[in-house]
Design a protein around this ligand. Structure first.
Ligand SMILES: [Zn+2]
Length: 144
């Protein structure tokens, strides 16, 4: 096994700081910040999924980022928006309790409905593909 490189160490520390900071956000704000900043989900998908206007989405993200910026250690990092390049956020989706907010097949954002059975996949196509992978005994390329 090779030693952890300094780049890996920076990534690990950056992830740790950001994930702990994210835990301070209420769940839907956490999801929107995660989707927008970490996964670069397009604005059109954010407004559609969250049923918000662009202004509302921007406000929610900005407010969330304000909270993150005040978290200890974050101000030392090169900028929260750049962290998306450093971290595979899907590694942390369980810890953030956001599994229900993203498709288990493709990783797309899917805002949970307040009632009914929680959805695992975002579309019939993803559900079909996931079932097919399972049937064939293939390890599905789950994003997380
Ligand atoms: Zn999907």
């Amino acid at each position: 096994m090779r030693d952890e490189t300094s780049h890996d160490a920076i990534k690990r520390v950056a992830a740790e700081i950001l994930i702990s900071a994210m835990e301070r956000l209420e769940i839907s704000q956490r999801a929107i910040v995660f989707a927008a900043v970490a996964l670069e989900t397009p604005m059109s998908a954010l407004t559609r999924q969250f049923k918000m206007t662009e202004d509302q989405v921007r406000e929610e993200i900005e407010e969330g980022l304000q909270v993150l910026r005040t978290a200890e250690g974050v101000e030392d990092l090169a900028g929260i928006r750049r962290l998306g390049d450093l971290i595979n956020f899907f590694d942390h989706i369980h810890r953030l309790n956001l599994e229900r907010w993203f498709c288990h097949r493709c990783g797309n954002l899917q805002v949970p409905k307040p009632t009914g059975r929680p959805r695992i996949t975002c579309s019939n196509e993803c559900r079909y593909r996931m079932n097919r992978d399972r049937r064939l005994g293939e390890t599905p390329p789950e994003p997380f």
